[in-house]
Write a protein that binds this ligand. Structure first.
Ligand code: UD1
Length: 339
């Protein structure tokens, strides 16, 4: 069964393609503009799986180029839509770029579903849609909060676009996956996150400081109302997140969904503070980190972690990898990048 993966050379997209190939029931096709990734990821996925994925280096905002894929492959059964910008601080600085890129691309995906009669869609959403919450952990009934940044807002709008779309088009089925904080790398050590020169996310910053590519890291905020004053997040291994996409696509194809727009949290359920993560890295790798305590970062919420019972029950999904797997694999990947 052919499944189109948008953003397939990105961090979560590439790990998902690897997991999909390993099922031997899905044939992934990849589209990515490679604005924030590299076509070499296709080679890396081939080395790991032995399969070269059909690849289109195009931007899905370019409707003509995007729709050509469906003309060439008439038998696509589903789309997993990853392609989006995802940096919280960048979205605060460049809101219009985020609205344009993240929403125009989704509109094209939905139009393609309609025009080419693609019945199944999985959408990359984010725990950031919950905003600042009063009760933790959050589950899928926790209402969307006030968005803290344009990135989170594009995910809220994206979810609503899909909800309204599936309401009037009952022949389509969607799963919205709300990721918490994906980290780590593939167990082969051959695929992982390719961050921009100046990464924004905590784990690549930790590993870059660890290896000496970056001089030091700043803990953004130590005066939050949390156990040690730093922000609390729910880190989850990227291969566990990838596995959830395979399970969600199987769930839709086997028509196990009870509504045509289902939503699942994907987190480990463990809240870890920034300071705890730094110390876990130091303990697991034996590498000391050069860090300082600093001011809060715009767009951050104090704490968020997941109740993922729904995904466990309905998708039969669990986090199989531990914090040591997350940190250890991220570190192995960083060392390999340096080779
Ligand atoms: C946010 C979203 C998440 C999304 C991700 C995409 C929330 C709650 N989560 O993650 O859903 O998938 O963006 O990028 O909005 N930190 C430091 N120093 C640094 C870098 C980060 O202290 O140099 C801290 C941040 O303040 C934050 C934590 O580390 O508390 C994690 O940050 P990051 O990895 O950027 O992810 P989020 O912003 O939590």
């Amino acid at each position: 069964m052919k499944v189109l993966i948008t953003g397939g050379t990105g961090y979560i997209g590439s790990h998902t393609i690897i997991e999909m190939i390993e099922t031997e029931t899905f044939t992934p096709i990849c589209i990515d503009s490679c604005e924030r990734s590299t076509p070499e990821t296709i080679d890396r996925m081939e080395k790991i799986t032995g399969i070269r994925v059909p690849f289109y280096q195009e931007n899905i905002c370019n409707k003509n180029a995007f729709f050509r894929i469906f003309e060439e492959h008439k038998d696509i059964v589903g789309i997993i839509h990853f392609a989006a910008f995802k940096s919280v601080p960048e979205s605060v600085e460049k809101p219009l770029e985020y609205y344009r890129n993240n929403l125009q691309s989704l509109e094209n995906v939905l139009e393609a579903c309609l025009k080419y009669n693609i019945p199944n869609l999985i959408f990359s959403s984010s725990c950031s849609i919950y905003g600042e919450v009063e009760r933790l952990p959050v589950n899928e009934n926790t209402p969307m909060g006030i968005p803290f940044c344009p990135y989170a807002h594009t995910k809220q709008i994206g979810e609503e676009m899909i909800r309204f779309f599936t309401q009037v088009n009952p022949q389509f089925n969607a799963v919205l996956l709300r990721y918490f904080n994906p980290v780590g790398a593939h167990s082969s050590g051959m695929n992982g996150e390719l961050s921009p020169d100046k990464p924004n996310n905590l784990m690549p910053i930790i590993t870059q400081v660890g290896i000496g590519k970056m001089e030091k890291l700043t803990v953004f905020g130590t005066d939050y109302n949390t156990r040690d004053g730093s922000c609390i997040r729910d880190y989850v291994h990227v291969s566990d997140i990838a596995d959830a996409h395979v399970k969600a696509m199987q769930f839709l194809i086997e028509k196990r969904n009870s509504t045509n727009c289902e939503v699942f949290n994907l987190g480990s359920g463990n809240g870890i503070s920034v300071l705890e993560m730094l110390h876990a890295f130091e303990e697991i790798t034996g590498v000391k980190l050069n860090y300082k305590l600093g001011a809060r970062r715009a767009g951050d919420v104090p704490a968020v972690y997941s109740d993922s019972t729904r995904a466990e029950k309905l998708l039969n999904w669990q986090c199989k990898r531990t914090l040591a797997d997350m940190v250890g694999s991220a570190w192995e990947w960083e060392k390999r990048l340096g080779d």
